[in-house]
Ligand binder design. Structure first.
Ligand SMILES: [Zn+2]
Ligand SMILES: [Zn+2]
Length: 311
């Protein structure tokens, strides 16, 4: 059996049951993930860690809950439900060493391991004979990640990991967890209708001017002062709009994670039609306007980073 949950750690969210306090990273605008075997709350963006407190720092309640499932918690729950099964976990935390990875692979290949629970790692490069059941947890989270490729990625991950079930003579079973089973994506998955899915996605992308109908340039402005980064982003995008007539510029806006490693972020996105001007010329306009903004004394230390065709 392979169980796929694209989230490592024990529990994505820790929360005080009485006052709803949630531990946050001191450097980034994200909540911390609880890793049980290290007994620590860890930031997956900057590595910051602290101990799980015994009581809530805000209201002193001792009722601190762990919510949601990471691979580590799944492994623990599975052990309760299947005490006789040999269970292994495959994620970044168990495969840091080469031997760790190889042991897990060998255990599963030889049939010694009954249940393999893991992140994205279990979807690729594995070719096993005896997998009778594949379970995919929390497909909603994969699909609703704010990125124009999230459906494509979800479809790819689900079909890749589902393809591990069965093989050779026997047919395997795949179970997908979702709160919205009538979503069209699942119809394409169940019917294995790749062409239908691609056509559907292409229509959507054409309508919203996303690749392959455009090229994207993502612009990130960073500064330790939130007001400074916001003001400079406004000026920057206004100037771009004046200089790049006809090119669609989205933003500026705060990204989903608005602070990483003590820097506040603002984002803008250029959507350039395939036939619309030369990329090199556009790039030099971007750089020129950036240096204009940085000539203001208060914006001199704003970092402006470009990402062409962001992944
Ligand atoms: Zn509390
Ligand atoms: Zn952090």
């Amino acid at each position: 059996m392979i169980l796929f949950q694209n989230r490592r750690g024990y529990s994505p969210l820790v929360q005080c049951e009485d006052c709803q306090w949630v531990p946050k990273c001191i450097n980034c605008a994200v909540s911390l993930t609880y890793h049980q075997y290290r007994h620590a709350l860890i930031c997956h963006y900057c590595g910051y860690r602290e101990e799980l407190p015994n009581q809530c720092p805000t209201c002193s309640s001792k009722r601190i809950l762990t919510l949601g499932y990471g691979t580590e918690k799944l492994e623990e729950e599975l052990k309760l439900h299947f005490p006789d099964a040999k269970i292994q976990r495959m994620d970044l935390d168990t495969t840091r060493s080469r031997s760790g990875y190889e042991n897990i692979m060998e255990g599963f290949e030889s049939g010694e391991t009954d249940i393999l629970v893991g992140t994205q790692m279990v979807t690729k490069g594995l070719d096993f004979d005896r997998v009778s059941l594949v379970g995919v947890f929390d497909t909603d989270r994969m699909m609703h990640f704010p990125d124009f490729r999230s459906y494509e990625r979800a479809f790819q991950l689900i079909t890749q990991v589902s393809g591990r079930a069965g093989r050779r003579e026997k047919r395997g079973k795949v179970i997908l967890q979702t709160s919205n089973p009538i979503h069209p994506l699942f119809k394409y998955v169940v019917e294995n209708n790749v062409i239908g899915f691609i056509e559907d996605q292409l229509r959507d992308r054409e309508e919203h001017l996303y690749p392959p109908y455009s090229r994207l340039i993502e612009i990130t402005l960073k500064h330790t002062d939130k007001k400074v980064v916001q003001a400079s982003a406004e000026i920057y995008v206004n100037q771009l709009n004046a200089s790049l007539k006809g090119i669609k510029i989205m933003g500026p806006g705060e990204p989903m994670i608005s602070k990483i490693r003590n820097e506040y972020l603002m984002l803008a996105l250029l959507k350039i039609r395939r036939n619309q001007g030369k990329l090199n010329e556009i790039k030099s306009v971007l750089q020129h306007v950036a240096s204009e903004v940085q000539q203001f004394k208060e914006y001199r230390n704003v970092k402006i980073v470009f990402d062409v065709d962001p992944a």
